[in-house]
Design a protein around this ligand. Structure first.
Ligand SMILES: C[S@@+](CC[C@H](N)C(=O)[O-])C[C@H]1O[C@@H](n2cnc3c(N)ncnc32)[C@H](O)[C@@H]1O
Length: 250
């Protein structure tokens, strides 16, 4: 299958992340959270302010916005047209946003750092597609450039095997059913907004540290550090997040 054809079939991540209800449900994932995370990354990893950076799967650009106050040039890429429209509305002079697919993009720019934040990885049905993302980033990184992946902690997710949750936010009713199926966490999200009803899915592959080590090694990276939360404290099996700081080899 041609890489571009994959998106035309309306995969779950195309519909859900492009919907206003995604942002309503995850409204606690705020600008404030993004500001603190980026500040911690820049300080702890002593990143170069002259850098050109990419926020891959940037959403509405909350992290990119904070990056723009630290780095020379900031790009953001996202598949969702609605997200990029919002990102463009708050854009600073040193920022550029692109609609595109992380499995197959080329901005004719070489990046010092690529950031993939808040579980923007593991959405695809085949391992090849996930490797395509890492290969594509590799091609767009400068020599010795770095990739940061901020992923869920699969051990924590597996311990919470099945759950059902009801939420009401701004008069919108959400019913969320979560289960583990094979190596994926699946969420079925039913929404009632007045007399309108919607149904979305989320499906993320539960990659653990060994999986990432294998995928990153295969695609030409080495992992320098791992962290377990947005304060960049140590990663362990119960930590909130699995955050990887990897460097392009060669
Ligand atoms: C969980 S959201 C995170 C958004 C943003 N990083 C944040 O923290 O607010 C995942 C993002 O990845 C984007 N995305 C999903 N599949 C993509 C793909 N194939 N190519 C590019 N972006 C994609 C979605 O549209 C969505 O904005």
């Amino acid at each position: 299958m041609d890489k571009n054809e994959r998106v035309k079939k309306n995969e779950w991540f195309e519909d859900w992340f492009n919907s206003e209800y995604y942002h309503l449900l995850y409204q606690n994932r705020s600008q404030n959270e993004a500001d603190l995370f980026i500040k911690n990354i820049v300080q702890k990893l002593k990143l170069d302010p002259e850098a050109t950076v990419l926020d891959l799967g940037c959403g509405k650009g909350r992290h990119a916005l904070k990056m723009s106050s630290f780095f020379n040039s900031v790009h953001g890429l996202d598949l969702s047209k609605n997200n990029i429209k919002i990102a463009n509305s708050t854009k600073k002079d040193n920022m550029k946003f692109f609609i595109g697919d992380m499995r197959n993009f080329n901005h004719n720019t070489k990046y010092d750092y690529v950031f993939n934040l808040f579980t923007s990885f593991g959405y695809f049905n085949t391992i090849e597609e996930n490797l395509d993302v890492l290969k594509c980033v590799h091609q767009q990184l400068k020599k010795n450039g770095h990739l940061l992946v901020d992923f869920l902690n699969p051990d924590v997710i597996r311990n919470d095997k099945f759950s059902s949750e009801e939420k009401r936010i701004n008069d919108v009713h959400f019913n969320i059913e979560k289960c583990i199926s094979g190596n994926f966490i699946l969420k079925k999200i039913k929404i009632k907004d007045g007399n309108k009803q919607f149904h979305f899915n989320e499906k993320v592959q539960l990659f653990d540290l060994n999986d990432f080590e294998e995928m990153l090694l295969k695609t030409g990276y080495t992992i320098h550090s791992t962290f377990g939360n947005y304060e960049l404290e140590n990663y362990h099996t119960n930590s909130e997040r699995l955050i990887l700081w990897a460097q392009k080899l060669i």
